[in-house]
Design a protein around this ligand. Structure first.
Ligand code: NAD
Ligand code: GLY
Length: 359
């Protein structure tokens, strides 16, 4: 399948779509990857895919080592950063060496951030293995790690040299991780592309069955939407904010639940809440709101949740680092296929949206 070119001047790169890993070394050779590589992964992905990747790399003559850190968001931290940097030094990586991020968003963020600071910056390639990382976190160059109790509070922009998407890896994911990724995919349809939204609506069963052809089509269009937003606003000073659709209330619910609920599940709830605000304002129709709830339901999202303390959710929203001038920023749909930014959503509107998604 044709590559997707992400046009960012000297930071441009391709995203390629595959149903296995067999072309990885051809692509590394196309991008003139150095011989010395460090594959960074987590302990879950290591057990699933690291042997295959390491064999491919060694057979192709690369001097590759592998470093695996314990899986999980709780390890997206300084200790892991130091572990990766130590591995870079032990494997004697130099300024021309490259890191390969083999895993989900945590591996991608940790590896990208490590690459951005090792020897003042080396290159990296993303090999995302979760639906969320294939649909969202591997495309765009933002990297982040958690610190002092705050998520993604440290980070850097570093675009990868290539993103190699093997859609078959999602077959080993637990269902909740599939739903987590689908939240971002459906979001991309709602914020930018009615035809893609319709494709998702028409292909619920084949997507849920993880049919490779359908996943490949879905992945390509999904990444094209994300890439176009990144091309328009690489460093997040404008339209990138549209990607936060569903995340304002979603992230607050996720955080208020102490991360008992998954990110994707919360983004789904956040999209319903934001769409409800839009519907109440008369910006979208009740048919559009119903359609958004319906598609999420058909993909297996919870459309209602128990919210114990509305004030706690509100407090998290007020402390969001994306707020400007103390105002909570909302991205609301203006139709299925477009969104806009609103700085004037009132507390009453937010509380009634929380009521709407409450069990
Ligand atoms: P993750 O990396 O923790 O992966 C989820 C789980 O799936 C982990 O346990 C992992 O070991 C496991 N896993 C990975 N691939 C697997 C596979 N193929 N089969 C079976 N298990 C597999 O989480 P995620 O959902 O991929 O990403 C979430 C992270 O991404 C968060 O830290 C978030 O902040 C970050 N993120 C970053 C950006 C960005 O712009 N940089 C954007 C979105 C999300
Ligand atoms: N790394 C994903 C993004 O920049 O949005």
């Amino acid at each position: 399948m044709e590559n997707l070119y992400v046009n960012l001047g000297e930071n441009s790169y391709n995203i390629s779509f595959h149903s296995n890993f067999s072309q990885l070394t051809d692509i590394l050779s196309e991008i003139n990857a150095p011989k010395k590589l460090l594959v960074v992964t987590d302990t879950n992905v290591e057990g699933l895919y690291a042997d295959e990747i390491m064999k491919l790399l060694k057979d192709a003559g690369y001097d590759a080592a592998c470093y695996a850190f314990p899986a999980g968001e709780e390890n997206k931290n300084m200790d892991t950063l130091l572990g990766i940097l130590n591995a870079c030094m032990e494997h004697k990586l130099d300024r021309k060496s490259m890191l390969i991020a083999l895993g989900g968003g945590v591996v991608g963020d940790m590896t990208g951030f490590s690459a951005s600071i090792y020897m003042r910056g080396i290159s990296f390639v993303q090999v995302p293995t979760t639906l969320l990382s294939q649909s969202d976190s591997s495309v765009g160059g933002k990297t982040g790690i958690d610190f002092g109790g705050a998520k993604n509070i440290l980070g850097a922009f570093l675009q990868p040299k290539h993103v190699y998407i093997n859609v078959a890896t999602v077959k080993t994911l637990p269902e909740k991780e599939i739903i987590s990724g689908l939240g971002e995919v459906i979001k991309h349809g709602i914020i930018r592309d009615t035809a893609f939204y319709d494709f998702l609506s028409d292909n619920v069963e084949t997507v849920k069955a993880l049919d490779p052809e359908t996943l490949m089509d879905m992945s390509r269009t999904n990444c094209a939407i994300k890439a176009a937003v990144v091309e328009a606003d690489e460093k997040e000073s404008g339209v990138r904010a549209h990607l936060n659709f569903g995340h304002t209330i979603g992230h607050a619910i996720e955080s208020a639940s102490d991360y008992a609920l998954t990110h994707g599940a919360c983004v789904g709830l956040g999209m319903i809440a934001a769409s409800y605000i839009a519907e109440q304002r008369g910006i979208i129709t009740d048919t559009e709101l119903e359609s958004i709830i319906d598609i999420l339901e058909r993909y297996g999202f919870e459309t209602r949740v128990e919210i114990e303390d509305f004030d706690k959710v509100m407090a998290v929203m007020l402390s969001d680092k994306k707020n400007i001038g103390g105002k909570i920023r909302f991205v609301l749909p203006t139709s299925i296929g477009s969104v806009d930014i609103f700085d004037d959503v009132s507390g009453d509107e937010i509380y009634s949206a929380l009521e709407f998604i409450s069990l």
